[in-house]
Design a binder for this molecule. Structure first.
Ligand code: ITT
Length: 195
């Protein structure tokens, strides 16, 4: 089985992708390649940040890798927090602070439509590949559930009456933004990267 590095410091993301890819290839995180520094994320698009993270790790550590950049895009907020999802409530903020800010901004707004978008950027030696996953849903008025991470307690995917924070990791993976992008990555690797 081949090994690929997933260039993330977010252990929740790492766990989701390791679960989805466990029979496909061995996924290691940044600490496994002794990368402990923060990776620059200075682009103004989700696509740009995913590319920046993956390219940084390939250049600095010389290992084939992929990175994920994810944003919550809320219709009534013109796509915010979007690329600024991680630090929406300011430097050093917690996921609770971010959700609180979103709930406040959405207070009294009827139109609750939103989507999560993940861009996975894969760097294999000299070639790069991009996979995108989107899931539509809505922003609830209150947090629900204690599984998952980030904005999961306030996001309810379309066709469901539970938030991502009320789903197991397996179930979230079958329908989420990251799950969809990862399914494309798996299909690509099976076809083009002898595993
Ligand atoms: P890396 O850059 O190290 O991968 P990160 O947590 O900073 O980790 P992102 O910039 O992609 O990753 O995350 C943007 C924000 O979106 C961050 O606050 C996450 O908690 C949140 N987020 C990402 N994926 C999510 C998901 O599946 N469910 C809920 N929130 C998520």
């Amino acid at each position: 089985m081949k090994t690929l590095c997933f260039a993330t410091h977010n252990l929740n993301k790492l766990a989701e992708i390791q679960l989805q890819m466990e029979s496909i290839c061995s996924i290691v995180g940044l600490k496994d390649i002794q990368c402990f520094e923060e990776i620059p994320e200075t682009q103004d698009t989700i696509e740009g940040n995913a590319a920046q993270k993956a390219q940084y790790v390939l250049e600095q550590y010389g290992v084939p890798c992929f990175a994920d950049d994810t944003g919550l895009e809320i219709d009534a907020l013109q796509g915010r927090p979007g690329v600024y999802s991680a630090r929406y409530a300011g430097p050093g903020c917690s996921p609770e602070d971010n959700m609180e800010k979103v709930l406040q901004e959405m207070s009294g707004i009827q139109e609750r439509g939103a989507q999560f978008k993940t861009v996975l950027h894969l760097c294999l030696e000299k070639k790069t590949y991009v996979f995108t996953g989107i899931v539509r849903g809505k922003i609830l008025e209150h947090k629900k559930g204690n599984k998952g991470f980030g904005y999961d307690p306030i996001f309810q995917p379309e066709g469901y009456t539970r938030t991502f924070a009320e789903m197991t990791m397996e179930e979230k993976n079958t329908l989420s933004h990251r799950g969809k992008a990862t399914a494309q990555l798996i299909a690509f690797l099976k076809q083009h990267y002898s595993l």
